[in-house]
Design a protein around this ligand. Sequence first.
Ligand code: GTP
Ligand code: MG
Length: 302
Amino acid sequence: MCVTCGCSDDAEPKIANLETGEVMGIADSGDRHHHTHTLPDGSIINHSHERESNHSHTHTLPDGSVITHSHSHAPATEPSQIHAKIHGTTLSLEQDILAKNNLLAAQNRGWFKGRNIVALNLMSSPGAGKTTLLTRTINDLKHQLSFSVIEGDQETTNDAKKIQETGCKVVQINTGTGCHLDAAMIERGLEQLNPPLNSVVMIENVGNLVCPALFDLGEHLKAVILSVTEGEDKPIKYPHIFQKSEVMILTKIDLLPYVQFDVQRCIEYAQQVNPHIRIFQVSALTGAGLDHWYEWLRQYAI
Ligand SMILES: Nc1nc2c(ncn2[C@@H]2O[C@H](COP(=O)(O)OP(=O)(O)OP(=O)(O)O)[C@@H](O)[C@H]2O)c(=O)[nH]1
Ligand SMILES: [Mg+2]
């Protein structure tokens, strides 16, 4: 059980590489441990090994030179368990999980920076319209920006297949019973995705208005997508995700004539919890409002 948000981590998350057809487990949650090392010259090496307390590694670099180093791992859960017993609380364990995530997120951020890649984390409740907006955005802007996508869902590769139809690179992460993506999943997803230099990586998070906001992925920006069928009070009912997001995209506005949704009030609520949030009103179906979103995205990404 993930004590941070309460989701279960019983099922091992998987990555499907749509290009190669390969499906693999994200082994960090098991007995193997994955590392990325950034060398002084900026080159990056990845390797994995069985969990153990102390061990040394030898890496052969592309230029033929060999480096050896050693490091240690405490057993995966021991410090946290000790804390939990002493304090009779899960607080320390939660801090450990988020601290580990933050460390990997910082590593991902450096990875993006070294490649001049801009990464956006798209979050919303299930079915708000993330994939529809993403496929339309990629189709409309693919001659101006180079996109690749990490898709996150509990199960299926449905969304990755839709993205693949646009012609851009995509990997699908299936979180099993997990309700959010985390930085370790993104690290593994990026290894498979191998996005080009000077490009844009779009990350579609698992549909959920709560837990994705807790986990830094190393992205540059979080965008929350809210559809007009969900009710205008969502920003004050789920304030954290709106506070953490630089952008809110209010979508499905083509449905406004058919639903009770007060756009002005929704905007006021969003600004109440986050005065700096930038708001776009769009329909991914009719294309209404997309120009403003595209103009902003182009300026942000270039
Ligand atoms: N009318 C209308 N329907 C939309 C719009 N955007 C998406 N939809 C529909 O909303 C439904 C869900 O869209 P998706 O793009 O799959 O939503 P999602 O957020 O990616 O869903 P999950 O990945 O399952 O969380 C689909 O039936 C879409 O056709 C829109 O702008 N207007
Ligand atoms: Mg989707």
